[in-house]
Design a protein around this ligand. Structure first.
Ligand code: GCW
Length: 714
């Protein structure tokens, strides 16, 4: 608990309640379904931990109050509490919770309430997964009245406050691990892998189970367990050598309703099968994959499928054989189809060697240019995975124009929870506000209201199809508190909550996470100051980070390779092709249709026109779309150069303020957690000064224009 290992599931003791309230002394759960069993044991564990007494689990109804867990089809006891219409409103993984009367725990404990007989609270779903999510909902609620619609009414104990229907907006809610079998994690900032060490699988199943609990608690139901860059050892994950281990891991996650996926090496037929080609149209290649799929599914019958990074950053793919990506994806999809497997095919395909003199080639265009022409050519079990922005998880990017442009292809939106370019879990950067902006962005693909969240859930183009949703790159590792920076847990929590319900606000999610994590800690006991102060720190942090790093949407001013710390020209002199083109006259990338790369033309109207002109382009994306002089006047009324100075001076101050705020909470936090976070915030405050100075000096020297406020520039 002290270390943060239990994260938002620490279920701290409610000191106001002496013993287990009457209504939760028995949990009735029928059947042997393992997900239902997980739900019951989580509920038992949570209640025990919060109320200091263990509820019983019973397979049959009892003659005292009880909580019933079950699915509509299998459990008449559960079904009879909901009308046919109410049952029909619950989707495959949704849930309904009903408590006829749900007294305040303190009240019911002190009054015994044993006169109430029979079923008191019912948690029901179409499937056991739905029930599991419902249990986590109830536990969240009990930890602090956490649902906006379920505010605890401490005074009015007999109000029927629990009547809740919740369906996930997205069918697929997934996490990608970039873990390698040697135990390292590509872009991992919280220690080594919890899955592998030394080219073997972990034996620590307990840790995996706790990870499964964390994921299930926020509704995650799909997980790919190895890096999309599939190196030599990992190529063998789909062979006898490792399949038994994959099966063991799959079993741990299955009990929490989570399906496992494997990232595969597109060149496997060559590397494992001894073929001379991986050409998707070569029959021997297709046959090889069919046999392989049979073998894989014999070992793990409910494997979700394969994740594929092909023809990207030097990985093999169909381009080597003059084939396009639908050829490659469909060939694999046909192999997995008999087993219900999916192919998740990434759209992160671009030319990573670009000449700086060539102002037409544009990495931002690449995903659209490659995949738009293939729209409609993919099999039913292929899903294209598209990063939120056209570049690569920068602190600020426009939304990828491929969303909305693909009308007949199933898609997943890819976020990155790992803070690769946003402070690597050393800096505080709560990313939910950024994700919210993406999800709420209106593409106008089918007129007003064609938001990203409606596109990625399938609601806009394909309401009947279920192969849609959101995926994100994991930020966890073997560090005891999972995420290195304790406060970075909020990003994992927030991601899951948002994937379930994109209409939740960044504020609501921060509020939940802070209450669950710190609610009854130290001597605070959920003091409102602590909660609102911490919440504000989270909500400010993305903006703070942006202000002292790369300005106005230009991105990429980080050290090449490891991507940490300021290096304004680091990528400017690398062939990777992410130039900002700063010189003594100006800065930014001309991506207009009129004079630039034409990227702005990939959007629907009116976005395309908004981005095309400096008159309408939002300030925060100006340098993404336009090359302008330093004296260019922003909508804010400031020049570009003065904006750079101002935001960098302020940003460093605000970073120091984050640290000072944390220090002011010292008395309310437990010592171990306080120290962990303090260390990071100290570092951030120092590092923000370095960012400030490097950026300000660079632009002062380039532009020769002094700061209006005459602050020190080195
Ligand atoms: O963000 C970039 C990373 C690479 C990563 C790649 C990708 C797994 O810098 O490390 O590779 O994206 O998404 O494939």
């Amino acid at each position: 608990k002290e270390s943060g290992y239990a994260a938002w599931l620490h279920y701290s003791r409610n000191s106001k309640v002496e013993k287990l309230p009457a209504w939760c002394r028995v949990i009735v759960v029928h059947g042997t379904d393992e997900v239902l069993q997980s739900a019951a044991s989580e509920l038992q564990h949570g209640l025990t931990s919060m109320f200091g007494q263990q509820p019983k689990i019973s397979a049959v109804p009892v003659n005292t109050p009880f909580i019933a867990l079950g699915t509509f089809p299998e459990h008449p006891l559960v079904a009879e509490r909901f009308s046919a219409k109410e049952q029909a409103e619950v989707s495959a993984e949704g849930y309904r919770i009903r408590g006829i009367e749900m007294p305040d725990p303190a009240y019911s404990a002190s009054h015994g309430n044993d006169d109430i007989k029979g079923q008191y609270v019912t948690i029901a779903g179409q499937t056991s997964k739905g029930v599991l999510y419902g249990v986590f909902h109830l536990l969240r609620y009990l930890q602090g009245g956490l649902d906006g619609k379920l505010k605890p009414t401490t005074e009015s104990v007999h109000v029927p406050i629990l009547d809740q229907l919740s369906n996930p907006a997205n069918s697929i809610r997934m996490i990608n691990h970039w873990d390698n079998m040697d135990g390292s994690i590509e872009r991992g900032y919280a220690g080594g892998s919890i899955f592998y060490d030394n080219n073997a699988f972990t034996t620590n199943m307990e840790r995996l189970r706790d990870y499964a609990r964390l994921l299930a608690s926020v509704g995650i139901q799909a997980l790919s367990i190895n890096n999309v860059n599939v190196h030599q050892v990992e190529t063998e994950l789909i062979t006898d050598k490792f399949l038994p281990d994959v099966a063991k891991v799959a079993a741990v996650f299955r009990a929490y309703g989570i399906q496992i996926y494997l990232s595969i090496n597109y060149a496997s037929p060559i590397q494992l099968g001894g073929l001379t080609t991986a050409d998707p149209l070569e029959p021997a290649v297709a046959e090889w994959w069919q046999t392989k799929a049979q073998e894989v599914y014999a070992a793990v019958p409910d494997l979700g499928g394969f994740v594929v990074k092909a023809d990207s950053e030097n990985r093999p793919g169909p381009f080597s054989y003059g084939r396009h990506h639908a050829d490659g994806a469909n060939m694999l999809a046909d192999a997995l189809q008999p087993y219900g497997g999916r192919v998740i095919w990434r759209c992160f395909v671009y030319n990573c060697k670009q000449d700086w003199r060539d102002r037409k080639t544009d990495r931002a265009r690449a995903a659209f240019d490659h995949f738009k022409p293939l729209d409609g050519l993919f099999r039913e079990n292929v899903i294209l995975q598209i990063k939120n922005g056209p570049m690569d998880f920068q602190v600020r990017e426009p939304v990828s124009p491929l969303f909305g442009a693909l009308e007949s292809t199933q898609i997943l939106l890819e976020f990155q929870i790992a803070q690769e370019y946003t402070g690597q879990q050393k800096h505080l950067c709560y990313l939910v506000p950024q994700w919210k902006e993406v999800l709420d962005f209106d593409t106008y693909a089918q007129g007003k209201g064609s938001t990203i969240k409606r596109i990625v859930s399938g609601a806009l183009h394909s309401p009947k199809h279920t192969n849609y949703g959101i995926v994100a790159v994991s930020n966890i590792g073997a560090d005891t508190n999972w995420t290195g920076h304790l406060l970075a847990q909020s990003n994992l929590y927030g991601y899951g909550r948002l994937a379930w319900d994109p209409d939740l606000s960044a504020d609501e999610i921060a509020d939940e996470w802070v209450r669950l994590t710190f609610g009854r800690q130290g001597n605070s006991d959920g003091g409102t100051d602590l909660i609102s102060t911490l919440k504000q720190m989270l909500l400010d942090s993305w903006n703070v980070y942006e202000s002292y790093t790369a300005p106005l949407g230009v991105g990429w001013m980080v050290s090449p390779d490891h991507h940490y710390g300021p290096d304004v020209d680091g990528y400017e002199y690398s062939m990777w092709g992410t130039y900002h083109f700063a010189d003594c006259w100006g800065i930014g990338v001309d991506r207009t249709t009129a004079t630039g790369t034409g990227y702005a033309g990939q959007y629907f109207s009116p976005n395309t026109d908004i981005y095309e002109s400096t008159d309408t382009c939002p300030d925060e994306l100006l340098l993404f779309f336009h090359h302008v002089p330093y004296t260019h006047l922003l909508h804010s009324g400031q020049t570009v150069i003065q904006h750079i100075y101002d935001t960098h001076f302020e940003g460093a101050e605000r970073a120091a303020h984050l640290r000072d705020t944390w220090v002011s909470l010292r008395g309310q936090l437990n010592a171990a957690m306080y120290e962990q976070v303090l260390e990071r915030l100290e570092h951030q405050a120092e590092h923000a000064k370095e960012w400030r100075d490097r950026i300000n000096t660079y632009f002062y020297r380039k532009s020769g224009i002094a700061d209006q406020k005459d602050r020190p520039i080195y």
